[in-house]
Design a protein around this ligand. Structure first.
Ligand code: GLU
Length: 489
């Protein structure tokens, strides 16, 4: 069957607004997005802000900016409510109250009659007897009137073993020990996550719940709430965690997980980030690694989500970014490399021509803009804007007994260059290589490169000559020869 003919797929990303999004959270959003788009379905951004104490101001905008950067467009979100109303849970309290009232009226929910101290006594007794504390063991014989001042608890409709299917994990099961009379509505009038997400997924028509696998342990509780409400649960799709490097734990903000927007600042392309995240916990079942977003949409398949946790492979991210950068025209690459607030003469209009000549070299040496800026800051491209300063000793090729050996070679290079006017790196290379090969490549190219750049590490001498032009090239060679003579006298 053509996948477009299937029932409409609706997925959601449901973060709590507790700060920035890191790579783990965004990966969940991406998978939910890809699954929806694969089936021409709907993707929703829902804000789960029922825990007001953990909320961090500005998070919603930050989450929106993160998804926008990656191009994960949603049909419904904070600025685009759906037919069911807002996607922000704190704006949906009346809905949760309505469902809570329904359960209460049916005798499937009851106000918690205990004080905190009383519950502590139950808990201590359970612990003394080495049995798990279950609220349902203390369920009151008759239920009081719910006036909203006490938490409302679920009366577990049936204490039984649940078995369910997870699209990634297969068949899962848990016994009655996982069930309890959980809180549905807190004393402050807000719903718990357990209750609110079930109602929202139902009202919003969510067909696939794609979330972290840490929620598997709570799934029997969720199933008992679905049962009480008489609802059929959506498909559960549990994502493997994104792990810390040492694989011992889920990657968290405390482990230094970066804000996803910091990757943008570093110069990662959103397409590369999406490509990378897609391969973190999912594989296409082929050798292909480079994917555009559209290609991912075409092939994404939830049955290929891995069960095992995935570790962030920074090297792969760098490699992918370079691959995606290769798709930029030289003009766009220049715009990319100069975007940001880095101040260096090479990036000024004055040196625009030099920078243009350097584009192929920078492309070859660079995975991400921050890497280029580091090299720039370290002086690796200073040759393009000023004559180099260096110790004469640097001109000494390791096989030469003394630095004076470089002088006749540099003179000969000068002689070859003087009448030559085809000033591009290919032509310069063709001109000088026969001589360099006749003497020994290192013996000629090393002092030549140092004379031009003044550095141990720099682009090759032909690129440098092409960048700085004939006049500056000859001047730098003369200066190197004068330096050698000066040192010798
Ligand atoms: N609000 C939950 C969280 O931030 C989302 C869980 C879900 O997707 O149902 O972890």
């Amino acid at each position: 069957m053509d996948h477009n003919q299937q029932t409409l797929v609706v997925t959601r990303f449901a973060p709590s607004p507790t700060g920035f999004l890191h790579i783990g959270g965004v990966r969940t959003a991406l998978f939910a997005y890809l699954h929806a788009k694969r089936h021409n379905g709907t993707f929703i951004l829902r804000i789960e802000d029922t825990d007001k104490e953990r909320e961090v101001a500005g998070s919603i905008e930050h989450i929106q900016a993160s998804l926008a950067w990656l191009g994960l467009e949603y049909e419904y979100g904070p600025d685009t409510p759906g037919p069911w109303g807002s996607v922000i849970q704190s704006e949906r309290l009346a809905t949760y109250q309505r469902y809570a009232k329904l359960l209460y009226d049916k005798g499937l929910a009851y106000p918690d009659p205990y004080t905190q101290e009383e519950v502590e006594v139950f808990r201590a007794a359970a612990s003394a007897e080495k049995r798990p504390f279950l609220f349902r063991d203390h369920r009151p014989a008759t239920f009081g009137v719910w006036d909203g001042s006490q938490p409302l608890r679920l009366k577990v409709p049936e204490v039984k073993r649940y078995t369910w299917h997870d699209a990634v994990r297969g068949e899962l099961t848990a016994g009655p020990e996982a069930l309890d009379d959980v809180i549905l509505i807190k004393a402050d009038g807000y719903p718990t996550y357990n209750f609110a997400h079930i109602i929202d997924d139902h009202e919003m028509g969510v067909t696939h719940i794609m979330r972290a696998d840490e929620f598997i342990a709570s799934t029997p509780k969720f199933l008992s709430i679905y049962d009480a409400l008489g609802l059929t649960p959506p498909v559960f799709v549990s994502m493997p965690p994104v792990l810390r490097d040492d694989r011992t734990k889920k990657l968290g903000k405390r482990d230094g997980a970066k804000d996803i927007l910091d990757y943008r600042t570093d110069g990662f392309l959103p397409e590369a980030m999406v490509n990378f995240l897609a391969l973190t916990g999912w594989n296409p079942g082929t050798e292909q690694e480079f994917f555009s977003k559209q290609e991912l949409i075409n092939v994404f398949d939830i049955t290929k989500i891995q069960r095992a946790g995935a570790v962030i492979n920074e090297e792969k991210l760098l490699w992918l970014n370079k691959q995606h950068l290769a798709g930029l025209s030289d003009e766009d690459y220049l715009a990319y490399i100069t975007d940001g607030d880095c101040v260096h003469p090479l990036l000024s209009t004055e040196h625009r021509a030099a920078l243009e000549v350097l584009v192929p070299t920078i492309r070859e040496r660079t995975h991400v803009r921050s890497e280029f800026l580091t090299a720039l800051g370290a002086g690796e491209y200073d040759f393009a804007v000023a004559a180099p300063q260096y110790d004469t000793a640097l001109l000494l090729w390791k096989k030469d007994p003394d630095v004076a050996a470089a002088q006749p070679r540099l003179e000969q290079v000068k002689n070859l260059l003087a009448p030559h006017n085809d000033w591009n790196s290919e032509a310069l290379k063709a001109l000088l290589m026969p001589y360099a090969e006749s003497v020994g490549k290192g013996e000629v190219l090393w002092p030549l490169r140092v004379a031009l750049s003044g550095r141990q590490n720099s682009p090759d001498p032909f690129t440098i000559m092409a960048t700085i032009g004939k006049e500056a090239t000859l001047e730098r060679l003369s200066a190197a020869c004068a330096k050698i003579q000066g040192d010798a006298s």
